[in-house]
Design a protein around this ligand. Sequence first.
Ligand code: ATP
Length: 207
Amino acid sequence: MIGIFGGTFDPVHYGHLRSALEVKELFGLSEVRLVLNAQPPHREQPAANPLMRLQMLELAIKNQPGLFIDTRELNRQGVSYMVDTLKSLRQEFKNESLLLFIGSDAFNQLKTWHQWPHLFDFAHLVVMTRPGFAIQNLDDFFKAKLATELTELTHASAGKLYFQQVTQLDISATAIRNMIAEQQNPGFLLPDTVIAYIRQHQLYQRP
Ligand code: ATP
């Protein structure tokens, strides 16, 4: 089973990193691929450019076996859609179970994603519970896909919905960007190497 963890990582922080490591161990994954969302369709464009977000991600996961960066969205032109990413991963990993991990905040917005029902054609969806974002009621589409046992995810390579609690770290990239703009110290919310990079490149300063 392979884990896929998409994000803008603007910047990457311990909420992402701790969750990625935890699900890797909980689900016994051979790898978790951190997919850098180069050009997000649903939000304001990131403050840092894709190359800088990639370099911060590289610094953050250095020496973390099992966590890898997936740059396929950087290599594609135009807006980055997760459904295209999953399609391409499915071609690469024909018989593996693919687990797409998203936070509960992202799950509540899922129906705004491009071709969202087709995500389930290529992967299972695992929702990681996140502080401050309760899950809305599941409709019949989601209820039909709901798996309550982990083993259900190994019996098929895609198509299930599963909820997984992860350690609650109330950290967001938005809050970190705001702290930096306010000249506050974001220490212990993200790796020191990433903080040093942000300082060196003077990212997230007030315009
Ligand atoms: P922003 O504040 O800029 O929107 P973010 O902190 O939510 O950023 P993203 O890169 O947008 O980070 O998130 C990537 C994925 O990681 C999403 O699925 C999101 O739900 C999840 N995620 C982000 N922060 C946490 C956290 N603290 N705990 C668990 N999951 C998280």
